[in-house]
Design a protein around this ligand. Structure first.
Ligand code: NAP
Length: 228
């Protein structure tokens, strides 16, 4: 399978490396490949410059959003939530049409300082905004409720814990569930919340996730729905 992973941050890098390790072909998408490769400073979260990471992953290529999306059979959105619609516009509706579009982004709004709030929230979600903006894509919200390392290695957290999927297309949700199982998630841990409007709840877990991160002092934790 050919995966286009849109986003050069820690989530994009982590998902791309995992998917490549499973034998898939991967292209990472960015706004401006030359500018991204020219960065020499760590990103805003302290991750090494992208070129340094890419040099260690010779099977992965970097392309502009549109080139990555047109090449990929499945597209993964790992861009900053506030820029996701712009990133997907740049990827191009035609290049996304008919494809499973896995949305891992959170619509964090830092405009009022820390901790961030959510925008949209309550009566809408980023997952729904993406599905409305790209009606021919098969959007599945998943994996946004945990740290990136756990997304691809659930054994980092002991015991049973949960990953949610939200989306309108049952076939797309099954394809994403199969991918999650290939990442090491037991199928019983994958909880189908329902249609894409259920992404509201998954995104609204972020405020409690951020507070837990602060109080526990680490990110190796996850939500577990007992009795599911
Ligand atoms: P990030 O720093 O939030 O996002 C970086 C990516 O967003 C880059 O590829 C950047 O493009 C793109 N971007 C930023 N503003 C843009 C704009 N205005 N237009 C188009 N693209 C734009 O990276 P991250 O920490 O890996 O997080 C990625 C997403 O996953 C976020 O939505 C985050 O909330 C969510 N998430 C993160 C974690 C985690 O463990 N960090 C866990 C769960 C969910 P360029 O490549 O061109 O710079």
């Amino acid at each position: 399978m050919r995966y286009a992973v849109l986003g050069t941050g820690i989530v994009g890098r982590t998902i791309a490396a995992k998917v490549a390790s499973l034998g898939h072909e991967v292209v990472i998408g960015t706004r401006d490949p030359k500018a991204t490769l020219a960065r020499t400073e760590p990103d805003g979260y302290g991750n090494p410059p992208f070129a340094q990471w890419l040099a260690l992953h010779d099977r992965i290529r970097l392309e502009a959003f549109a080139d990555a999306a047109s090449w990929g059979e499945t597209v993964v959105n790992t861009t900053a939530g506030a820029g996701s619609l712009q990133a997907l516009e740049a990827a191009g509706a035609t290049n996304l049409a008919g494809k499973v579009l896995i949305d891992i982004a959170n619509p964090l709004d830092f405009s009022q300082g820390m901790p961030p709030s959510l925008k949209p929230v309550n009566t809408d979600s980023l997952g729904e905004q993406i599905q409305r903006a790209f009606p021919d894509s098969r959007v599945v919200k998943t994996l946004n409720t945990m740290n990136s390392q756990i997304m691809v290695d659930p054994t980092r957290v002991p015991g049973d814990h949960s990953v949610f999927v939200s989306g309108d297309d049952p076939g797309a949700k099954q394809a994403v569930t199969d991918l999650l199982v290939s990442f090491g998630w037991p199928e019983s841990s994958v909880l189908d919340l329902g249609d894409i409007s259920t992404a509201r709840g998954a995104e609204m877990l972020l405020p409690i996730w951020l507070r837990l991160w602060g109080s526990l002092g680490h990110a190796d934790f996850n939500f577990h729905v007992a009795g599911a």
